[in-house]
Design a protein around this ligand. Structure first.
Ligand code: FNR
Length: 388
């Protein structure tokens, strides 16, 4: 279809399913095991109803806000995803450009296909803010080197992924991979087989030792990006090696949110890795209210002292609205930008972001909220959010 016929983020998903190579589709779309958490991530938003206010002059609506000190056009950022080359040859550079044009933040993945330098150089404005998602390596020297490079590039936030003590089993993808391997081993020459094996390693999970063409992880000869020994002690070490504000990505309950705060992190991302890790991990939006409540109880003022972000299943402008109403500072998207980039490249991601922005604006107007600060908890009805 022409881009004008793409009406929402779900349309990109349907088109991606048709046009992507099978292994890429399964890699992007898979969740862990029965994919209950993956589906619930979005479905939980269906249980939140809106309480619109009328007779408010909404002739001017403003979606701009600040995310951890950076002014942005809306409270949405592009989250880190591995293997972006499966979607587009320009991979993370497409996302850097689109984020720049729309004036939002892109989170660069440790397992990027392009080098950090290339992704930073793809920015549209010199002062365009970018964040970096960090997998802490078993070899801490590797991590230290990555962090030093990231700091030199002026990256404004370091998001430590903490939900990857081991890799979730994405069975849909594993099944497909096995089929591919069988096919390729039957008909291919030795040389082809070698290539396939390289690709397999690259396309394995979010968590291989690193794609071949990744500037950072290719140096990762000794360590592994999966370090099951990662613990709260490492926060002090990370703080000692960098001045970049630290965030934990993958917090999944209020107790850990409070610990992140007491360990001096700048914020967290409530996330279950898009349902790719632990099946039956809760939908982040479902735990957002109790996380905000617990932080306040500890004397922390979320949105002032500590930023609570959320990702997983954000597919509509009203999802952004609901998350903000319940106390999130901003929301991240993973699959939607991958699908948009796979289907239409730069223009696709521009269109996706425009759709999110328009939907958010429409929602704010119909809700009687002129600014992001006007979006309040009493504007949503969460009686059905928790199953009773
Ligand atoms: C991810 N995600 C992810 N997270 C991370 O910290 N490091 C990574 O390398 C990846 N890689 C990755 C690959 C793919 C294909 C997906 C779909 C996701 C998780 C990502 O940052 C984010 O948390 C989720 O994607 C958000 O959920 P939605 O928007 O995809 O529903």
């Amino acid at each position: 279809p022409r881009l004008e016929e793409v009406y929402n983020s779900f349309d990109f998903e349907s088109i991606a399913r048709l046009i992507l190579r099978k292994d890429a589709w399964y890699y992007f779309s898979a969740g862990a095991q029965d994919e209950i958490s993956m589906r619930e991530n979005h479905n939980a938003y269906h249980r939140i109803w809106l309480r619109p206010r009328v007779m408010i002059n909404v002739s001017k609506v403003n979606t701009t806000t600040t995310l951890s000190g950076t002014k942005v056009s809306m409270p949405l950022y592009i989250s880190a995803t591995a293997m972006n080359k499966l979607a587009h040859p320009d991979a993370e550079k497409v996302l850097a450009r689109a984020a720049g044009r729309c004036n939002i933040i892109q989170m660069i993945p440790t397992l990027s296909a392009c080098s950090l330098g290339d992704i930073v150089n793809a920015r549209i404005h010199a002062d365009q803010a970018q964040w970096f998602q960090l997998y802490v390596d078993t070899d801490r020297q590797i991590t230290q080197r990555i962090v030093e490079q990231v700091e030199k590039k002026g990256i404004r936030g370091l998001f430590i992924t903490v939900d990857l003590a081991t890799v979730g089993r994405r069975e849909k993808y594993l099944r497909r991979k096995q089929k591919n391997d069988k096919l390729s081993n039957k008909d291919k020459t030795e040389d082809d087989k070698r290539k396939t094996n390289n690709c397999k390693r690259t396309c394995n999970t979010d968590t291989t030792k690193g794609p071949k063409n990744n500037s950072m992880s290719s140096k990762n000869k000794r360590g592994s990006i999966i370090d099951p020994s990662l613990s709260w002690k490492d926060i002090a070490w990370l703080k000692s090696i960098t001045k970049i504000p630290l965030f934990l990505k993958g917090v999944q309950c209020w107790e850990d949110a409070v610990l992140a705060w007491s360990h001096g992190c700048q914020g967290i991302v409530l996330s279950n890795h898009g349902g790719r890790q632990l099946d039956f991990a809760p939908s982040p939006i479902e735990i957002l209210p109790e996380v905000i409540h617990a932080l306040k109880r500890e004397g922390c003022d979320p949105k002032k002292d500590f930023d609570v972000y959320i990702d997983g299943g954000i597919r509509r402008g009203s999802d952004i609205f609901k998350a903000i109403a319940l106390g999130a500072r901003g929301v991240g998207i993973g699959r939607p930008s991958l699908y948009a980039m796979a289907c239409y490249g730069d223009k696709g991601v521009d269109h996706l972001l425009k759709l999110f922005q328009n939907e958010l604006e429409t929602c704010m107007m119909l809700m009687g909220a002129k600014t992001i600060d006007d979006i309040k908890p009493e504007m949503v009805d969460i009686r059905n959010l928790k199953d009773h």
